[in-house]
Design a protein around this ligand. Structure first.
Ligand code: SME
Length: 176
């Protein structure tokens, strides 16, 4: 049996652990930022740069199991898959409003999904995926695409992921 005092201690301990994990992730993301910037500054094509970024993130971030960019497909109200790293997906075209990606195309806001099974408007790419984060990509204030991350780890995303992925999209916007 836990006394009130000991459960308070457990809560405090968990809180400290979460802060530690948050700081660890921040250190990892801070180390990746200059690598992303040097990819952006390289003399490759925009598609090759985005491919390099997808591969860098998938290889470097343990909780990123699939990393890809979707972009608005011309004048159509749908997204088209661009560069990605991870298993090939059937979902190369996603209508606006459908799935997590399609919802972000309309909301213009980050969408963090700690548990994909709890979502009814979700498009499953693989049964191993437990969580997803989608961050919109703006060029001149217009939502023209997004970065999409799938994770096989349950509830892995924090504010540090959102800030980092916003930075990625800000950098990618410079080459589009
Ligand atoms: N799960 C996404 C579809 C894209 S895959 O994750 C690659 C969604 O619900 O929009």
């Amino acid at each position: 049996m836990f006394s009130k005092t000991s459960s308070f201690f457990v809560f405090e301990h968990t809180d400290t652990l979460q802060q530690y994990v948050f700081l660890q992730k921040k250190v990892m993301f801070d180390a990746l930022r200059p690598q992303v910037s040097s990819i952006i500054d390289s003399n490759k094509t925009p598609d090759a740069k985005m491919q390099d970024i997808c591969e860098l993130l998938k290889a470097s971030v343990p909780h990123y199991d699939w990393v890809g960019f979707y972009f608005k497909n011309g004048d159509k109200r749908e997204l088209k898959l661009g560069s990605y790293a991870g298993a090939p997906t059937d979902h190369t075209i996603i209508p606006f409003g459908k799935g997590i990606c399609g919802q972000v195309a309309e909301s213009n806001e980050n969408f963090v999904v700690p548990d994909v099974q709890a979502q009814d408007n979700y498009i499953a790419c693989s049964i191993t995926v437990k969580a997803e984060i989608v961050v919109p990509l703006f060029v001149n204030g217009e939502n023209i695409g997004q970065i999409d991350i799938d994770s096989n780890t349950p509830d892995p995303f924090t504010k540090a992921d959102e800030t980092f992925l916003e930075f990625i999209n800000f950098e990618v916007a410079k080459i589009l």
